[in-house]
Write a protein that binds this ligand. Sequence first.
Ligand code: GDP
Length: 193
Amino acid sequence: LGLAAGFGLDSSQESVLDECPSEYKVLVIGGSGVGKSAIVSQFTTSEFLGASDVQTDAVEQRTSVSVILNQEESVLELIEENSLANLNDAGSEKEVDAFMLVYSCADRGSFRSAQVALRRLREETGRGKPVMIVANKVDLARKRQVSQDEGKNLANSYNCKYIETSAALNHNVDELLAGVLSQIRLLQCGQFA
Ligand code: GDP
């Protein structure tokens, strides 16, 4: 008795799922030239891509992609941002759900900018929101200036996730997309996706 009900959703779980939104904004930030556009353009060829069109607005550097993860479709709006000056706006007023903080592991200056940005994100606008630290251009192994340990330590010290990508080789780019969506859903919907 009561066993079947025990395996179903109780009313509180149902209401969490009902309230779970399916459209999210993700700010892709990082210095000019780190590979933000290249990463976003690889998202548009992702194996997680849904049936709906990819929409891009080149002027505002916004791209919407529909992503199917664990049989559920979400629309991610990716907003590319070079300048940290707009972070307040971007983080709070535009109601961003998560951040991809990108640097090039072949450019130490871009890592330093990421450190500054992360401090601001954690202390101001992005508090409590998922941040994925993205070390891009790992294919440039012989030009590498920032080690994996440095990237991981930065991520650990601010309770963020870390991923190494190569937009040029489409390495780990799908994992980045799925990873950020999973984190958003976990936080907002309580799903272990
Ligand atoms: P953004 O200014 O951050 O949007 O950077 P872009 O996406 O325009 O990339 C800047 C330059 O870096 C371009 O010439 C890209 O082809 C190159 N690039 C981007 N990602 C990678 C990568 O993973 N590896 C290599 N070798 N080059 C990359």
